[in-house]
Design a binder for this molecule. Structure first.
Ligand code: CDT
Length: 303
């Protein structure tokens, strides 16, 4: 059997006054603890390097772009890459990406997977962008991902890394079965995902009390139905006055939660994952080649 020891590096709040350098210092503290606990891979949340800026309506493009990274590694994140390499550990990092592509500037909500030698081996750009594009001042805070980001254009890639088939998705993606299934069809063995989930959703406040349940339900279903590990990592706590779900967790291919954060601050949740644990699911109940009926699912891609 193959094992991979993974650390879900939950982060407490990152306020607007915190610099990239402040954040990277906290990320490095996570790496060092993860090393002591025998981790091979550390997973950081969505938009790890700054506060969750889509909560604000901004018009000044320079102000907006101050939350984006133009290169990776950057001056501020080089220390993270160097420390991980020195410790012989990989990591997954979410950040706002400013890319110059097809002759124009494009902005994505991105995560990358970095191998032990410091190489970026996979990139994912968030597909399901929640929230709204226009200013809705009646909300206590905004959720302007549809304003600040384009829909990701890389699909859901699954790559061989850390001796496994690794995939990524980001936050709202975890609520959609298609996310996991597209990776399941590529034989994914571990899905790495970071999230920022405010505990209040203005258009549907009756869902608020179910935030914990919906988070867990989505990740457990995705894991079980595709025979894959799911590593869900929060930025939790109260950030700029907005309380967010913590509850980072590692879910086995059985759908069982095997490790979980206790608090809502910086906290490392570790599990030694048996990468072959998904095999019995992939070869029986969810043997796709034998049991799936894609002809009957056409509507899914036609509408
Ligand atoms: N970051 C992110 O995708 N958060 C969403 C909140 C949606 S409320 C408009 C989530 O699905 O957790």
């Amino acid at each position: 059997t193959r094992f991979l020891t993974v650390g879900a590096a939950q982060m407490g709040p990152i306020q607007r006054s915190h610099t990239r350098r402040d954040v990277v210092e906290r990320l490095i503290a996570h790496l060092r603890e993860a090393r002591r606990m025998g981790c091979d891979l550390v997973v950081f949340p969505e938009l790890t390097l700054t506060t969750f800026f889509p909560r604000w309506w901004m018009k000044d493009q320079a102000e907006i772009d101050s939350f984006f990274e133009q290169e990776m590694p950057s001056n501020e994140t080089a220390a993270l890459f160097n420390e991980a390499k020195r410790l012989d550990m990989g990591f997954c990092l979410g950040y706002a990406e400013l890319a110059n592509e097809d002759g124009r500037i494009r902005r994505f909500n991105t995560s990358i997977l970095v191998e032990r030698d410091g190489r970026i081996v996979a990139k994912y750009r968030k597909v399901h962008l929640p929230g709204h594009a226009g200013h809705e001042p009646e909300r206590p805070f905004q959720h302007l991902e549809k304003r600040y980001f384009e829909v990701g254009n890389l699909g859901f890639p699954v790559v061989k890394a850390f001796g496994a088939n690794m995939g990524m998705c980001i936050c709202n993606d975890r609520r959609w079965p298609e996310t996991y299934r597209v990776m399941g069809l590529q034989n994914v063995e571990m899905v790495l995902l970071g999230y920022n989930t405010p505990l209040h959703n203005a258009p549907s406040p009756d869902h608020d009390e179910h935030s914990w349940f919906h988070n867990q339900l989505s990740m457990q279903a995705g894991a079980y139905q595709n025979g894959t590990w799911v590593v869900g990592v929060a930025k939790g706590g109260t950030e700029e006055g907005v309380p967010s779900l913590a509850d980072s967790m590692i879910v086995a291919p059985s759908g069982k939660v095997v490790a979980r954060a206790g608090g809502d601050g910086d906290e490392l949740v570790v599990h030694r994952c048996d990468l072959d644990a998904g095999k019995s699911y992939k070869t029986t109940t969810f043997n796709f080649a034998v049991h799936r009926q894609p002809d009957q699912y056409r509507m899914i891609v036609e509408r």
